[in-house]
Design a binder for this molecule. Structure first.
Ligand SMILES: Cc1cc2nc3c(=O)[nH]c(=O)nc-3n(C[C@H](O)[C@H](O)[C@H](O)COP(=O)(O)O)c2cc1C
Length: 411
């Protein structure tokens, strides 16, 4: 693990007297040793979390969209996922993805599971793959609250849509939602020991998938950006993680473009990361590629380096409130990622195209299908399209029981 800083204290937190940096960020003692004044999960020190401003409702998601990211990190998971889980199957795992045995090739994609408390709860509720939310090489703040709104889409969201969509807090009936966080991360001093705990909590036939991304380093240019990816990947591997997912599909700092559309840079970064992590499987998280020739060129350039692709992240859309004003506050948030029901077509299409390229090229990479999986039949549609594994984010928020249902199917 990286050497801890003497000062401790991450994103505005208070150092726990027991010296665990996770607690500095969470603001209370998490699984404290006996006698810890933190009292085992109850707030030890009042944390200045921004209070919810959305209307109240009956939403019981593991990530509570009516609260800030910081509040969710300190207090989650919420809802059904905080309750008792289901036992692991007694029979041996029948599936394998990325060299890992799995009871079911299904789980929760990077995002809703903020830390080990979340990933462990997800694994115990029957999701056999749990992706730890994307981490960085240094602490990075979240975009301000709100981050997740209901997005009103009639049918499917086209990838090239220019007309705005109305987004609001009618979350009780949401099937498509916004995801506007800016990829926040704790400092490695906090996330490394927490991720190690998350890895250790995965049972037989389960996998903790560790998501990470690079961060632009001021004036450092491309060399520093490449190096930051490798540094972060090594920090992740130090936690014992058995599979990595490199996020290339959130706007990368300073360019407004998505890294996955820059094939030459991705090939260089992936090669450097692979050298740094050795045999640990590496998956690239992709956005939707509208241009299939571009996707083919991307696969040709990277399939010999990496072990798989996860697709898709979100589809972008301009979000407005009922009055036509910007729905999410702040500069650069006019357009946000939309996920859930409205983007399933795009995830299925990418899965089918990746499977075709794999066959035509005689390649052997894994395909993880993501996007709009809200029910078991959506999981089956992804498998039929060629996905080796399937993950959901919105679906797990709406139905904490979805992992158990898919596991029953996959048995
Ligand atoms: C609350 C939330 C947070 C997310 N954060 C991340 C993230 O940190 N890294 C990432 O690669 N994707 C992130 N995503 C995108 C998901 O991994 C997934 O690709 C996308 O939501 C599409 O799946 P879905 O339709 O099942 O939600 C996030 C999604 C949601 C809903």
């Amino acid at each position: 693990m990286r050497r801890r800083r003497a000062s401790g204290g991450g994103a505005g937190g208070v150092m726990c007297p027991w010296g665990d940096p996770r607690n500095a960020v969470r603001g209370f003692c998490w699984e404290p040793p006996q006698g810890c004044p933190g009292g085992g999960g109850r707030p030890k020190v009042p944390v200045p979390h921004r209070r919810a401003r959305l209307a109240s409702g009956t939403v019981t998601w593991c990530y509570d969209p009516r609260q800030s990211y910081e509040h969710n990190l300190a207090h989650g998971p919420s809802g059904a996922m905080a309750g008792p889980g289901v036992p692991l199957p007694e029979s041996p795992p029948r599936h394998a993805v990325l060299g890992q045995a799995l009871h079911s090739p299904f789980g929760i994609a990077a995002g809703p599971l903020l830390d080990a408390a979340y990933t462990t709860a997800a694994l115990r509720h029957g999701f056999d793959i749990a992706a730890y939310k994307t981490v960085r090489s240094a602490a990075h703040p979240s975009h301000p609250f709100p981050n997740t709104l209901a997005v009103h889409v009639d049918g499917r969201l086209e990838a090239d849509r220019v007309e705005p969509l109305v987004a609001d807090d009618d979350l009780d009936h949401a099937t498509s939602i916004s995801n506007s966080f800016g990829v926040p991360s704790q400092d490695p001093d906090a996330w490394q020991p927490d991720m190690a705990a998350a890895v250790a909590a995965a049972g037989e036939g389960q996998l903790l998938l560790a998501s990470f991304q690079g961060t632009r380093q001021g004036e450092g240019g491309m060399d520093a950006y490449v190096a930051d990816h490798a540094t972060t990947a090594k920090l992740v591997v130090e936690t014992g993680a058995r599979a990595l997912e490199m996020n290339l599909s959130c706007p990368n700092e300073g360019t407004g473009a998505l890294l996955c559309f820059d094939t030459a840079s991705v090939a260089r970064i992936a090669g450097t990361v692979k050298e740094a992590v050795g045999d640990v499987p590496l998956v690239l998280k992709l956005a939707y590629f509208g241009d299939d020739a571009r996707l083919r060129a991307f696969v040709e350039a990277t399939a010999g380096i990496v072990d798989g692709y996860a697709a898709i992240n979100t589809l972008p859309a301009r979000l407005v409130d009922a009055g036509g004003g910007q729905a999410l506050p702040g500069a650069g948030r006019e357009v946000a990622g939309v996920c859930g029901d409205a983007i399933r077509w795009a995830g299925l299409e990418m899965t089918a195209r990746l499977a075709r390229h794999r066959e035509e090229l005689g390649a052997r990479f894994a395909i993880i299908g993501v996007g709009g999986v809200l029910a078991t039949e959506h999981y089956e549609a992804y498998r039929a399209a060629g996905a080796d594994a399937v993950m959901c984010a919105t679906g797990a928020l709406l139905d904490a029981d979805l992992g158990r249902k898919v596991r029953a199917l996959a048995a």
